[in-house]
Design a protein around this ligand. Sequence first.
Ligand SMILES: [Zn+2]
Ligand SMILES: [Zn+2]
Length: 191
Amino acid sequence: MEFKVNELEQEPIEFDVELAPGAIDFGEEAEQEGNLAVAGQAEVIHEHRGPKDIVADIRLKGNFSGNFQVPCARCVEPVQITLAADFDLIFRPAAADAEATERSITAPETEIGYYQKDSLSLEDVLREQVLLSLPVRTLCKPDCKGLCPRCGENRNLRQCNCEVGPSDPRWEALSGLRGQIESKVISPKRN
Ligand SMILES: [Zn+2]
Ligand SMILES: [Zn+2]
């Protein structure tokens, strides 16, 4: 869904849509499950920079909610989560600030987004908003055992043999032998 500035100049546009999985590519960070519901309003806000310098910003306000699969931070198995958030964003035409690179950018200005040419894509905005709403760390369960760092086995499903190491009697015999070899090598040097 594209919001065209010249259409928004006529009147604000209200929207209430369901986006099917695949309409937005969230990359490997999240996979959409079922429809993503998004509703809100788009309007033009005129930024008066001077008597003849008026910039048409697009204000996009609304909310979204949808179900997603994200990888567990420890075992990378998919975890089902629901993401929902409100947004109230301002987008300035990209060209408006292109010649003003000398202007100092104050903190609030860094929060402003940009739209290219004469329209803003709802899908582009939503992709960013959904990714921003992702929890920093999702676990499939609080005590997820994660993947074995040596063989990559999912330790929730199967216990691998990697940790046997020193407690295995065969290893103890070997390390004892290694100790004997080392002491034999070192002792002649002492004499
Ligand atoms: Zn896990
Ligand atoms: Zn292992």
